[in-house]
Design a protein around this ligand. Sequence first.
Ligand SMILES: Nc1ncnc2c1ncn2[C@@H]1O[C@H](COP(=O)(O)OP(=O)(O)OP(=O)(O)O)[C@@H](O)[C@H]1O
Length: 271
Amino acid sequence: MTLSVTEVNAGFGGSTVFQNVSLAVEPGEVVTVVGPSGTGKTTLLRLLATFRRPDDGTVAWDGDDIWAMADDERLSIRRQVSMVFQEPSLFNAPVHRNVSYGLRVREPWRARVRRSLGELVGSSRPADTVMAALETVGLAESVDQNALSLSGGEAQRVAFARALAVDPAVMLLDEPTSNLDPYNTALLENAIERARDRGVGVVVATHDMHQAKRISDHMAFLHDGELVETGPPEQLFEDPTDARTARFLDGELLVGDREGSRVPQPPTADP
Ligand SMILES: Nc1ncnc2c1ncn2[C@@H]1O[C@H](COP(=O)(O)OP(=O)(O)OP(=O)(O)O)[C@@H](O)[C@H]1O
Protein backbone atom coordinates (compact mmCIF):
# COMPACT_ATOMS: atom_id res chain seq x y z
CA MET A 1 0.00 0.00 0.00
CA THR A 2 1.39 3.38 -0.98
CA LEU A 3 0.49 6.39 1.11
CA SER A 4 1.17 9.69 -0.60
CA VAL A 5 0.60 13.40 -0.59
CA THR A 6 0.60 15.24 -3.91
CA GLU A 7 1.04 18.99 -4.22
CA VAL A 8 -0.42 19.62 -0.79
CA ASN A 9 -0.65 22.99 0.91
CA ALA A 10 -1.18 23.39 4.65
CA GLY A 11 -1.41 26.33 7.00
CA PHE A 12 -3.08 27.70 10.10
CA GLY A 13 -5.46 30.62 10.30
CA GLY A 14 -4.47 32.20 7.00
CA SER A 15 -0.70 31.62 7.32
CA THR A 16 0.96 29.01 5.13
CA VAL A 17 3.26 26.34 6.60
CA PHE A 18 4.16 24.71 3.29
CA GLN A 19 3.04 24.62 -0.31
CA ASN A 20 3.19 22.18 -3.17
CA VAL A 21 4.65 19.27 -1.19
CA SER A 22 4.62 15.78 -2.73
CA LEU A 23 5.88 12.69 -0.94
CA ALA A 24 5.14 8.96 -0.94
CA VAL A 25 6.01 5.99 1.23
CA GLU A 26 6.04 2.50 -0.25
CA PRO A 27 5.79 -0.79 1.65
CA GLY A 28 9.10 -1.79 3.21
CA GLU A 29 10.86 1.58 2.97
CA VAL A 30 11.90 4.22 5.47
CA VAL A 31 11.37 7.83 4.42
CA THR A 32 12.78 10.54 6.68
CA VAL A 33 11.48 14.10 6.66
CA VAL A 34 14.25 16.42 7.80
CA GLY A 35 14.29 20.15 8.27
CA PRO A 36 14.69 22.90 10.86
CA SER A 37 12.29 23.24 13.78
CA GLY A 38 8.94 24.77 12.83
CA THR A 39 9.29 23.92 9.17
CA GLY A 40 6.18 21.73 9.11
CA LYS A 41 7.37 18.14 9.66
CA THR A 42 4.66 17.39 12.23
CA THR A 43 2.04 19.06 10.06
CA LEU A 44 3.09 16.84 7.15
CA LEU A 45 2.83 13.69 9.28
CA ARG A 46 -0.61 14.77 10.46
CA LEU A 47 -1.71 15.13 6.83
CA LEU A 48 -0.41 11.62 6.07
CA ALA A 49 -2.26 10.32 9.14
CA THR A 50 -5.44 12.04 7.87
CA PHE A 51 -5.75 13.83 11.20
CA ARG A 52 -6.26 16.96 9.14
CA ARG A 53 -7.23 17.75 5.59
CA PRO A 54 -4.85 19.61 3.29
CA ASP A 55 -5.86 23.14 2.29
CA ASP A 56 -5.14 22.06 -1.26
CA GLY A 57 -3.76 18.95 -2.99
CA THR A 58 -4.37 15.24 -2.49
CA VAL A 59 -3.67 12.61 0.17
CA ALA A 60 -3.98 9.17 -1.42
CA TRP A 61 -3.93 5.49 -0.56
CA ASP A 62 -2.74 3.46 -3.52
CA GLY A 63 -3.64 6.41 -5.73
CA ASP A 64 -7.18 6.87 -4.38
CA ASP A 65 -7.98 10.25 -2.86
CA ILE A 66 -8.63 9.55 0.83
CA TRP A 67 -10.65 12.72 1.36
CA ALA A 68 -12.98 11.83 -1.52
CA MET A 69 -13.89 8.53 0.20
CA ALA A 70 -16.84 7.81 2.46
CA ASP A 71 -16.10 8.24 6.19
CA ASP A 72 -16.07 4.48 6.94
CA GLU A 73 -13.64 3.81 4.09
CA ARG A 74 -11.35 6.59 5.31
CA LEU A 75 -11.56 5.16 8.84
CA SER A 76 -10.55 1.71 7.62
CA ILE A 77 -7.47 3.25 5.99
CA ARG A 78 -6.67 5.28 9.09
CA ARG A 79 -6.62 2.03 11.04
CA GLN A 80 -3.80 0.77 8.85
CA VAL A 81 -1.70 3.81 9.67
CA SER A 82 -0.26 4.24 13.15
CA MET A 83 1.48 7.28 14.53
CA VAL A 84 4.02 7.64 17.33
CA PHE A 85 4.13 11.12 18.82
CA GLN A 86 7.14 12.92 20.22
CA GLU A 87 5.78 12.37 23.77
CA PRO A 88 4.84 8.73 24.40
CA SER A 89 1.71 9.41 26.60
CA LEU A 90 1.26 6.01 28.23
CA PHE A 91 -1.44 5.33 30.79
CA ASN A 92 -1.32 4.06 34.36
CA ALA A 93 -1.48 0.30 33.66
CA PRO A 94 0.91 -2.58 32.93
CA VAL A 95 3.00 -2.31 29.78
CA HIS A 96 0.99 -5.06 28.03
CA ARG A 97 -2.28 -3.11 28.53
CA ASN A 98 -0.67 -0.08 26.92
CA VAL A 99 0.64 -2.12 23.99
CA SER A 100 -2.68 -3.91 23.43
CA TYR A 101 -4.64 -0.66 23.52
CA GLY A 102 -4.94 -0.32 19.73
CA LEU A 103 -5.86 -3.98 19.37
CA ARG A 104 -8.62 -3.64 21.94
CA VAL A 105 -10.21 -0.58 20.39
CA ARG A 106 -10.17 -2.31 17.00
CA GLU A 107 -11.76 -5.59 18.05
CA PRO A 108 -15.52 -6.14 17.72
CA TRP A 109 -17.51 -5.45 20.90
CA ARG A 110 -18.51 -9.14 21.41
CA ALA A 111 -14.88 -10.21 21.49
CA ARG A 112 -14.13 -7.25 23.76
CA VAL A 113 -16.77 -8.39 26.27
CA ARG A 114 -15.50 -12.00 26.18
CA ARG A 115 -11.93 -10.85 26.76
CA SER A 116 -12.96 -8.48 29.56
CA LEU A 117 -14.77 -11.33 31.31
CA GLY A 118 -11.65 -13.46 30.89
CA GLU A 119 -9.60 -10.72 32.47
CA LEU A 120 -12.03 -10.46 35.40
CA VAL A 121 -11.58 -14.16 36.23
CA GLY A 122 -7.83 -13.82 35.81
CA SER A 123 -7.42 -16.03 32.75
CA SER A 124 -6.13 -13.43 30.33
CA ARG A 125 -2.55 -13.27 29.15
CA PRO A 126 -0.89 -10.83 26.77
CA ALA A 127 -1.61 -11.67 23.17
CA ASP A 128 1.24 -13.08 21.07
CA THR A 129 1.19 -9.92 18.97
CA VAL A 130 1.77 -7.84 22.10
CA MET A 131 4.73 -10.01 23.11
CA ALA A 132 6.15 -9.93 19.58
CA ALA A 133 5.93 -6.12 19.50
CA LEU A 134 7.63 -5.87 22.89
CA GLU A 135 10.37 -8.22 21.77
CA THR A 136 10.94 -6.01 18.72
CA VAL A 137 11.75 -3.07 21.02
CA GLY A 138 13.68 -5.20 23.54
CA LEU A 139 11.13 -4.89 26.35
CA ALA A 140 9.57 -8.36 26.63
CA GLU A 141 10.74 -8.62 30.23
CA SER A 142 8.89 -5.43 31.19
CA VAL A 143 5.50 -6.76 30.09
CA ASP A 144 3.94 -6.59 33.57
CA GLN A 145 5.67 -3.43 34.77
CA ASN A 146 3.53 -0.33 35.27
CA ALA A 147 4.11 1.85 32.21
CA LEU A 148 4.41 5.02 34.31
CA SER A 149 7.46 3.59 36.09
CA LEU A 150 9.47 3.25 32.86
CA SER A 151 12.33 5.51 31.87
CA GLY A 152 11.70 8.00 29.04
CA GLY A 153 13.53 5.79 26.56
CA GLU A 154 11.62 2.67 27.58
CA ALA A 155 8.33 4.58 27.44
CA GLN A 156 9.07 5.70 23.88
CA ARG A 157 9.89 2.11 22.93
CA VAL A 158 6.56 0.97 24.43
CA ALA A 159 4.80 3.66 22.37
CA PHE A 160 6.49 2.22 19.28
CA ALA A 161 5.44 -1.32 20.28
CA ARG A 162 1.84 -0.12 20.71
CA ALA A 163 1.89 1.33 17.19
CA LEU A 164 3.46 -1.84 15.77
CA ALA A 165 1.12 -4.28 17.54
CA VAL A 166 -1.83 -3.36 15.33
CA ASP A 167 0.08 -4.65 12.30
CA PRO A 168 0.00 -1.33 10.43
CA ALA A 169 0.78 -0.89 6.75
CA VAL A 170 2.38 2.48 7.52
CA MET A 171 3.98 3.92 10.66
CA LEU A 172 4.47 7.66 11.13
CA LEU A 173 7.06 8.58 13.76
CA ASP A 174 7.39 12.18 14.93
CA GLU A 175 10.89 12.83 16.32
CA PRO A 176 10.84 9.39 17.98
CA THR A 177 14.34 9.64 19.46
CA SER A 178 14.70 13.36 20.16
CA ASN A 179 14.76 12.81 23.94
CA LEU A 180 16.59 9.48 23.97
CA ASP A 181 20.13 8.47 24.85
CA PRO A 182 22.26 6.63 22.27
CA TYR A 183 21.37 3.18 23.70
CA ASN A 184 17.60 3.71 23.45
CA THR A 185 18.05 5.43 20.09
CA ALA A 186 19.89 2.38 18.74
CA LEU A 187 17.15 0.04 20.01
CA LEU A 188 14.44 2.15 18.43
CA GLU A 189 16.30 2.42 15.13
CA ASN A 190 16.68 -1.35 15.19
CA ALA A 191 12.90 -1.69 15.74
CA ILE A 192 12.27 0.64 12.79
CA GLU A 193 14.50 -1.53 10.63
CA ARG A 194 12.66 -4.69 11.71
CA ALA A 195 9.28 -3.09 10.92
CA ARG A 196 10.61 -2.08 7.51
CA ASP A 197 11.85 -5.63 6.91
CA ARG A 198 8.33 -6.87 7.62
CA GLY A 199 7.04 -4.65 4.82
CA VAL A 200 5.83 -1.68 6.85
CA GLY A 201 6.29 1.71 5.18
CA VAL A 202 7.80 4.07 7.78
CA VAL A 203 7.95 7.87 7.73
CA VAL A 204 10.18 9.47 10.36
CA ALA A 205 10.35 13.20 11.09
CA THR A 206 13.76 13.95 12.55
CA HIS A 207 16.21 16.77 13.22
CA ASP A 208 19.01 14.26 13.50
CA MET A 209 20.95 14.12 10.25
CA HIS A 210 23.13 11.25 11.40
CA GLN A 211 20.01 9.26 12.12
CA ALA A 212 18.52 10.15 8.74
CA LYS A 213 21.70 8.89 7.09
CA ARG A 214 21.60 5.64 9.08
CA ILE A 215 17.96 4.67 8.60
CA SER A 216 16.64 6.25 5.39
CA ASP A 217 15.94 4.64 2.07
CA HIS A 218 14.71 8.02 1.00
CA MET A 219 15.05 11.51 2.50
CA ALA A 220 12.91 14.62 2.07
CA PHE A 221 14.30 18.00 3.09
CA LEU A 222 11.63 20.50 4.08
CA HIS A 223 12.60 24.12 4.53
CA ASP A 224 10.64 27.34 4.81
CA GLY A 225 7.42 26.13 3.29
CA GLU A 226 9.04 24.18 0.49
CA LEU A 227 10.12 20.61 -0.14
CA VAL A 228 13.60 21.57 -1.25
CA GLU A 229 15.00 18.19 -2.23
CA THR A 230 14.17 14.49 -2.05
CA GLY A 231 16.33 11.48 -2.79
CA PRO A 232 18.36 8.69 -1.31
CA PRO A 233 20.64 9.76 1.57
CA GLU A 234 23.78 9.29 -0.56
CA GLN A 235 22.48 11.92 -2.97
CA LEU A 236 21.52 14.47 -0.33
CA PHE A 237 24.73 14.03 1.64
CA GLU A 238 27.21 13.63 -1.15
CA ASP A 239 25.73 15.32 -4.19
CA PRO A 240 22.88 17.67 -3.25
CA THR A 241 21.28 19.60 -6.08
CA ASP A 242 20.23 22.52 -3.88
CA ALA A 243 22.62 24.72 -1.89
CA ARG A 244 20.19 24.87 1.03
CA THR A 245 20.44 21.11 1.48
CA ALA A 246 24.21 21.26 1.73
CA ARG A 247 24.08 24.19 4.15
CA PHE A 248 21.46 22.50 6.32
CA LEU A 249 23.47 19.29 6.49
CA ASP A 250 26.49 21.39 7.48
CA GLY A 251 24.42 22.95 10.28
CA GLU A 252 24.48 26.39 8.69
CA LEU A 253 20.92 26.90 7.48
CA LEU A 254 18.20 28.39 9.67
CA VAL A 255 14.48 29.00 9.14
CA GLY A 256 13.94 32.07 6.96
CA ASP A 257 17.27 31.82 5.16
CA ARG A 258 16.47 31.62 1.48
CA GLU A 259 19.90 32.38 0.10
CA GLY A 260 21.30 30.49 -2.85
CA SER A 261 19.03 27.74 -4.03
CA ARG A 262 21.59 26.12 -6.33
CA VAL A 263 24.87 24.58 -5.34
CA PRO A 264 27.62 26.98 -6.51
CA GLN A 265 29.68 25.37 -9.24
CA PRO A 266 33.48 25.51 -9.00
CA PRO A 267 34.91 28.20 -11.29
CA THR A 268 35.90 26.85 -14.68
CA ALA A 269 39.45 27.42 -15.76
CA ASP A 270 39.92 30.07 -18.47
CA PRO A 271 40.62 28.47 -21.81
N1 LIG B 1 -2.33 24.11 15.84
C1 LIG B 1 -1.58 25.10 15.33
N2 LIG B 1 -2.05 26.36 15.26
C2 LIG B 1 -1.30 27.35 14.71
N3 LIG B 1 -0.06 27.17 14.23
C3 LIG B 1 0.45 25.95 14.29
C4 LIG B 1 -0.27 24.84 14.83
N4 LIG B 1 0.52 23.71 14.75
C5 LIG B 1 1.65 24.13 14.16
N5 LIG B 1 1.63 25.44 13.90
C6 LIG B 1 2.70 26.23 13.26
O1 LIG B 1 3.02 25.59 12.03
C7 LIG B 1 4.43 25.62 11.80
C8 LIG B 1 4.94 24.20 11.57
O2 LIG B 1 4.80 23.46 12.78
P1 LIG B 1 5.24 21.94 12.87
O3 LIG B 1 4.97 21.52 14.29
O4 LIG B 1 4.59 21.18 11.80
O5 LIG B 1 6.80 22.04 12.60
P2 LIG B 1 7.96 20.98 12.90
O6 LIG B 1 8.88 21.05 11.75
O7 LIG B 1 7.37 19.67 13.23
O8 LIG B 1 8.65 21.58 14.20
P3 LIG B 1 9.51 20.81 15.34
O9 LIG B 1 10.67 20.19 14.62
O10 LIG B 1 9.94 21.93 16.26
O11 LIG B 1 8.61 19.82 16.00
C9 LIG B 1 5.04 26.30 13.02
O12 LIG B 1 5.27 27.65 12.69
C10 LIG B 1 3.98 26.19 14.08
O13 LIG B 1 4.05 27.27 14.97
